[in-house]
Design a protein around this ligand. Structure first.
Ligand code: AMP
Ligand code: ZN
Length: 465
């Protein structure tokens, strides 16, 4: 397959460097709350990439880390009154549950940053020893970007006409900093009072690793100094990935990632998702509104990964219809097979175009379109031909990671929009601990013939018996 590479700005063929296994790394979630569906756009597209490679016969080794120590996890674990480990373990579990619901394949290796402190210290020692890093008087250690002439190549800093010389005295101690602040970045952060009990001993005194370094150390541990592909959302190009390249190349040699795969952002109603704007959607919140994880997955792969994708609740309703149509088409094809069974054939038949789209820069929207055209083309087939076509359809579907809904069981009742809205208002009242209103709305729903069952993170609606 061919995929666009952020570093060279060209499409390149994806082939394992070692001729056998495609080894790739994805920057994982920062576990200080539930991941939002924007995060999942990135994780789902990485999952589709892996599935396409595997469907095409390539073996993969997928490493995705868990960021369980950084400014945000430390801050919020303390606000929650929990130890860092308890706090991040809880949110990691939630992340895993969401991943499973969205049909994401579990990475082969999922290292956590907090359990790789010695590897991070060793990498900093190497960088200091070779003149690429220096410790400051407060005990923090910084990477000296002027010591790495290739700094800025990935994000094309040179095109932004930033002058390295001007910034030699600038330093950034925060894990995340602004796009245009070109600065020596922190590798080891000296212990501060607001870190609480979260610090480790090091040759530079007590402290903790900087966020950028975590990935470099874990990559070195599990993938070595050169590997096939590195990935994250576009916001990670600068500074995170730029900093990873600098640290890893200077400490380990090698060429680091042979290919860079960045996914454009998911927007909501045309803008950035943010807690303060109240437009930050999680999988659980969408399930509470009655949408299924597969509908969410369908929306997330409904746009090409190099373009921003605008999310709306209407797009979920459209996804529901599209999935139902695909399911109906597949059932019709299965009915025409007669006694033939769908063999796991290597051919794609009428779904060849859909498969080609996936291999052409991971064009998921074109592949989805190709499923519908393929089903129309297959409409006249029967017996063995229908069976072969269905096998091709299923292979593309698996590469997209989609599971189709079963036919609605006889007797199941669709939930009217007015009932859904009422139930949603009651759930919000319940979340706000407004018990009186919540009880009144429950009674209203009961009067309309619906009963609500509350779970921990969501509720279900059933016709009252
Ligand atoms: P974080 O948990 O913040 O470290 O982010 C996890 C992943 O989600 C990273 O690869 C981010 O680049 C990616 N990401 C964050 N926001 C969005 C968004 N709105 N759309 C797509 N990917 C995102
Ligand atoms: Zn990373």
């Amino acid at each position: 397959m061919r995929l666009f590479d952020t570093l060279t700005r060209t499409e390149r063929e994806m082939r394992p460097i070692d001729g056998s296994t495609f080894r790739f790394y994805c920057c994982g979630p920062t576990v200080y709350g539930p991941a939002h569906i924007g995060n999942f756009r990135t994780f789902v597209l990485q999952d589709v990439l892996r599935r396409v490679l595997e469907t095409g016969g390539t073996r993969t080794l997928h490493v995705r880390n868990i960021t369980d120590v950084d400014d945000k996890t430390i801050r919020d674990s303390q606000l929650a009154g929990q130890s860092l480990v308890d706090f991040t373990t809880g949110w990691t579990q939630k992340f895993h549950d969401d991943c499973e619901q969205l049909g994401l394949l579990a990475p082969h290796i999922e290292p956590g940053a907090a359990s790789h402190i010695p590897q991070q210290i060793a990498m900093i020692e190497k960088l200091v020893g070779e003149g690429h890093a220096y410790s400051s008087c407060d005990g923090s250690v910084y990477f000296k970007i002027a010591s790495f002439p290739d700094y800025g190549k990935l994000s094309r800093l040179d095109q932004r006409e930033l002058d390295l010389g001007k910034t030699q005295n600038a330093r950034a101690n925060a894990d995340e900093y602004e796009k245009d602040s070109l600065a020596d970045f922190v590798l080891w952060k000296s212990r501060r009072p607001d870190d609480g009990p979260n610090f480790w001993p090091s040759p530079w005194g007590d402290g903790r690793p900087g966020w950028h370094l975590e990935c470099s150390a874990m990559i070195h541990e599990y993938l070595g100094k050169s590997f096939d592909l590195h990935s994250g959302g576009v916001d990670l190009v600068f500074p995170h990935h730029e900093n990873e390249i600098a640290q890893s190349t200077c400490a380990c040699g090698g060429h680091f990632a042979a290919h860079w795969f960045h996914i454009a952002h998911l927007l909501v109603d045309g803008g950035k998702m943010s807690k303060s704007l109240g437009n930050l959607y999680t999988l659980s919140a969408l399930e509470t509104r009655g949408f299924s994880p597969m509908e969410v997955r369908y929306v997330l792969i409904g746009g090409h990964y190099r373009k921003s994708l605008n999310f709306t609740l209407e797009s979920l309703t459209a996804a529901r219809e599209a999935l139902a149509k695909l399911s109906k088409g597949a059932r019709a094809l299965a009915a025409k097979m007669g006694s033939d069974t769908p063999l796991d054939a290597a051919e794609f038949g009428p779904f060849q175009t859909a498969w080609n789209s996936l291999n052409d820069d991971l064009n998921t929207p074109a592949a989805l379109g190709g499923l519908f055209t393929g089903l129309r083309e297959a409409a006249d087939l029967s017996g063995r031909d229908a069976a072969a076509a269905l096998a091709g359809f299923n292979r593309v579907l698996r590469a997209l990671g989609l599971t189709l809904p079963e036919e609605a069981p006889a007797g199941s009742v669709p939930i009217p929009e007015s009932i859904r809205l009422l139930a949603e208002t009651r759930w919000q009242a319940r979340l706000a601990k407004n018990w009186g209103e919540s009880d009144t709305l429950r009674a209203e729903l009961a009067a309309l013939g619906w009963s609500v069952k509350d779970g921990k993170d969501a509720y279900t609606l059933e016709p009252a018996s």
